[in-house]
Ligand binder design. Structure first.
Ligand code: NAP
Length: 506
């Protein structure tokens, strides 16, 4: 027996909770949120490594419609963000809509019945609209090196930290130097016996401007939410200005480079170590990471920087690209996530029965990062080309909440059974994205990054002003979508009544 909901949302991170809030606001009650973990929060529930903190300022890394005057710091630690999402869930009345411990294993569009058929670890669901709110940082990636399965010691990924494992006195190899490693290495360095930090590519490290938020500030934000809104606006504008360097005039990134160089020079005295820590690509091409603790941690007596890739894992050791073998008790992989291949694309089948992943042939594209021709009534949060190198993903999520809510409302108010993005609109949008990408630091910066898909296209980054993304999402373009009733073979397109109704949908 299958259960039915008008809208099935997969995932209960910022995206799932944001959309739930919006649907409730519209007095739309027939939806469920399926969450595979035991608790809500998405990445902010799953990433529990020591020092896990958001490197985007707290005032901006939260919903604009749910400001939190209680943040303890200008950059929130993971437990506070997780607790914030818990509070949002309760405050928005979403608890009755939530089903935890439910893993969605597949979904297929049934054209005859105009429904999504959804297979889960807890049985079958059907839905009129399916929304993937799983986010891009959900599937941990291990490096493609031989021997990981043979290792006899402890293996963990940064996003699946085992807090019961005692690192005290252990010889540890930490692989990768992205945002995750840079946060946990300074927190474990004084506990472990010996630490080998494998750095394949040196990251750009900026000075961190974090500070505690004072009691007086919190009291002011509680009394006067407009004061917190002003802080949020200030942070937004300062972040947005960075896009000038990232996307409009990459040469401006030289200014940022200067700041990072000074930071390195002030923290690393040894010229040989400094050289090993100096990136060889333009700043911003990979994610810039703020830290005042990274360089000092690398200079502790029990740490060895291995400025090489990991090449192989053996039963009791790791081997670097030069063939040097080091015995270790534990390996921590801070090697990132499957980002550019878009999680869930390997589980969703559109009208033709084709998997979204196969449909994309290695290069994901979507309209506003949300919808794909041939996949009616299916929307994604943080799909292709929605990522940012400089600002808050919650801002992008809120924009998509508006767009997806519009689409659901259009279906609901017109009596149509299917809504599908027009191929020409989808293609035009992607041509604009490609043209904008061409002059950005992500293209011209001389690095390889996880932003690129298997064909080398940058499938991750949104290369324009975020307020444009917001505007394009918030303003519903009725001509972007085709609304139909009944199976395609019967209606062959838009019925006039539905088309007219779609034009008046807000
Ligand atoms: P990541 O940025 O993808 O970094 C993966 C690291 O693993 C890179 O340094 C990579 O080197 C390295 N690596 C891969 N294979 C290797 C090998 N065989 N040998 C040695 N090194 C290898 O992963 P992440 O640090 O988990 O961050 C992922 C994303 O999560 C971030 O970009 C960010 O969006 C998000 N994040 C955000 C925060 C936050 O505060 N908001 C915190 C943590 C993470 P190469 O550079 O050479 O590829």
């Amino acid at each position: 027996m299958s259960r039915h909901a008008q809208v099935v949302i997969i995932g209960s991170g910022f995206s799932g909770i944001g959309l739930g809030y919006s649907l409730k606001k519209e007095r739309f009650e027939d939806f469920v949120i399926l969450e595979r973990s035991a608790d809500v929060g998405g990445v902010w529930n799953l990433n529990t490594y020591p020092g896990c903190t958001c490197d985007v300022p707290s005032h901006l890394y939260s919903f604009s419609f749910a400001p939190n005057p209680e943040w303890s710091s200008t950059y929130s630690p993971q437990p506070e963000i997780r607790d914030y999402l818990h509070t949002c869930l309760e405050r928005f009345g979403l608890r009755p809509h939530l089903r935890t411990g439910v893993d969605v294993t597949g979904a297929a569009w049934n054209e005859a019945d105009q429904l999504w058929e959804i297979e889960t670890s807890d049985g079958r669901w059907t839905a009129n609209v399916l929304v993937s709110a799983v986010g891009p940082l959900t599937e941990p990636k291990l490096p493609d090196v031989p021997g990981i399965g043979r290792f006899r010691g402890k293996v963990m990924h940064s996003a699946r930290w085992d807090n019961d494992y005692d690192l005290a006195g252990k010889r540890v190899a930490s692989i990768g130097t992205g945002a995750s490693a840079i946060q946990y290495v300074p927190r474990i360095v004084d506990r472990v016996g010996e630490l080998f930090v494998f750095q394949r590519t040196a990251p750009w490290i900026m000075p961190h401007d974090k500070r505690p938020i004072t009691d007086a500030e919190r009291a002011r934000f509680r009394r006067n939410p407009a004061a917190q809104k002003r802080e949020r606006d200030k942070v937004y504008l300062s972040k947005e200005a960075l896009l000038l360097g990232f996307a409009k005039q990459p040469k401006l990134m030289k200014l940022v480079e200067g700041l990072a160089r000074k930071h390195r020079e002030s923290q690393v005295a040894d010229p040989a170590l400094r050289a090993a820590l100096t990136p060889d690509y333009l700043v911003g091409c990979k994610r810039i990471v703020p830290s005042n603790e990274w360089y000092p941690a690398l200079q502790k007596p029990n740490v060895t920087l291995v400025p090489k890739a990991l090449r192989e894992v053996r039963e009791n050791s790791v081997v670097d690209a030069d063939g040097v073998e080091r015995e270790v008790d534990a390996i921590i992989f801070a090697t990132g996530f499957h980002v550019a291949d878009i999680p869930f694309a390997d589980r969703v089948r559109g009208r033709s029965g084709e998997l979204l992943q196969d449909h994309w042939k290695g290069s994901p594209r979507a309209y506003l990062g949300a919808s794909v021709p041939g996949f009616p009534n299916f929307f994604m949060f943080l799909g292709p080309n929605t990522g940012l190198g400089h600002s808050s993903m919650v801002y992008m999520i809120e924009a998509q909440v508006a767009h997806i809510t519009h689409a659901i409302r259009a279906l609901d108010t017109t009596g149509a059974t299917a809504i599908e993005v027009e191929q020409s609109v989808h293609d035009g949008y992607n041509r604009r994205i490609d043209a904008k990408l061409a002059t950005t630091v992500w293209e011209l910066g001389g690095c390889t990054s996880f932003y690129r898909d298997v064909n080398g296209r940058n499938a991750s980054i949104y290369p324009d002003w975020t307020f444009r993304f917001r505007r394009d999402n918030v303003k519903w373009r009725a001509d972007a979508y085709r609304l139909t009733t009944g199976p395609a073979s019967v209606t062959e397109g838009v019925t006039p009544a539905v088309a007219a109704a779609s034009a008046i949908a807000r």
